[in-house]
Design a binder for this molecule. Sequence first.
Ligand code: HEM
Length: 396
Amino acid sequence: MPESLTVFRKAWFGALALFALAGSTGALYRAGMLFGLPFGLQFGNVRHAHSHLMYFGWATVALIALIVARLPAFTQRSPRRHWRWLIGATLAFALLAYFPFLFFGYETVELNGSRLPPGVIGASLNILMWYVFAWLYFTETRGVARNAALRFWDWAIIFLILSSFGAWGRALLVALHVTDPFMTAATVDLFLDLFSDGWFVLAVLGLALVEFPQADDAQLRRGQRFILIGLPVTFLLGVQVELVPSALRLVAGVGGILVGGGLLFVIRALWRVMPRASVWKIPLVFLALKALAELGLSVPPLAVWGESAGLRILYLHILLLGFVSLGLVAAAEFTWGAASARGRVWLTFAVIALIVTLIPLTALLPTALNGRWALEMAALAALGPPVVALGMLLRR
Ligand code: HEM
């Protein structure tokens, strides 16, 4: 492997270390539900520290490293030195935002006589890095003929930028003292949903298409079109049904049907060309579950039922852990060889176990079956992915 590319493999391990830290923070949250949190930590702040580090440090850094490592094959140019700085800074800023979120969440603290929100500042630095990333990517790939992987990455990065407007919008509402519940929820979901469903899902699918370019047929293109038309409005599906004006909810529902259906087309196109034992199959099964859930979410009565059954955390982890994280590991193995993903099978089992133990925490099972045991099982299973990730780091 050329020296210029091994640096991105190092970044991959850096991202995996942040996955272990963010996962341990999630496990701390679960243990806290049984025994209380140490050092006066608050549940909301621990949750923010966990989710932000997973988004900014784990998945975003791993995606950037994997995309950049693949670019030379498409552009016929070796990657520019800027990339190393960008990936290093993105890793550092993700970690920098983690500690303020853990201790203060979005709160302001007194610093040199003025009150500042360190978590928000850390998050803003991360957003600036995404703009640099987008700029470097589009200048590096300018004039290069678009294959399926590049098409998916182009759109993934456009949605990454669009999602950041939700984060700025939320900050603007705070500055303008706007407290309207619909506007507040809509800006948060604009950020969270376009980031996960736009940036993560499309970029990971692009990585799968690097491995299976022959999946680029009429069905895949139809699926891609459906997803792109639906995505800009599906963030409204994340907002509580009763807060969304009914006409908008209808538009969001149509968007959800397009995205859910489009994803199923893309999955089918990939599945057909994959070898029977491909490591991508399990991530794709999780993506299919997400697509079906999205179709359900598009129908308001089903969405209301999902809200009352407390399915949000299960849904998020099916997507983010089951598809995105396992997909990233599959792509790392293909890009840098088996030594980059030693322990992948263990991680897959740990992820499945974690997701299964989230089911009793919802109202999907009869209430008689809920109890302290469900919290204990979830706390135990939460340790699995971070422990396996640490093992992967030690065995590299
Ligand atoms: C590695 C194993 C993981 C563990 C142990 C874990 C654990 C948790 C826990 C305990 C919560 C809070 C649940 C609650 O509010 O009841 C949570 C929420 C969340 N997690 Fe994870 N998680 C993991 C992986 C991931 C990954 C890979 C991502 C993203 C790439 C992620 C993103 C989120 C998000 C977005 C939330 C919701 C945050 C919010 O509502 O503010 N998690 N997770």
